[in-house]
Design a protein. Structure first.
Length: 114
């Protein structure tokens, strides 16, 4: 995850009135979970409820009894207004080797920046 990418996606999300982002751990995680991330799904509802309160969330995926991080949900407003939070997200993504796409919440559209 590069800072420039996250900054660009954050600004784009704000322009689109998207209150949150899902930052995916990998393309595989996105392929597994993306189709489920819609209203009424427990994971989606959890992520959106956290974002609407300006909080973050970690969405896990269970594969053969093992839990993996699927994505993190973050508030675009918080990313934009807090340099500290922005840096924490970047560092978390780098430390955990996040290499997946970013989608907007609630539209679940894939961003153009990877």
């Amino acid at each position: 995850m590069k800072e420039e990418v996250l900054r660009g996606v954050t600004l784009d999300a704000l322009e689109r009135n998207q209150p949150g982002l899902l930052i995916w751990a990998s393309w595989d995680e996105w392929e597994e979970l993306d189709s489920e991330m819609k209203p009424g799904n427990e994971l989606y509802d959890f992520a959106i409820s956290r974002i609407m309160r300006n909080k973050e969330a970690t969405v896990f995926q269970n594969i053969d009894g093992f839990e993996f991080i699927g994505c993190i949900a973050v508030s675009t407003e918080k990313l934009y207004t807090s340099k500290t939070f922005f840096n924490q997200v970047i560092n978390y993504c780098k430390t955990n080797k996040f290499e997946g796409p970013i989608t907007y919440l609630p539209s679940n559209e894939l961003s153009n920046c990877y």
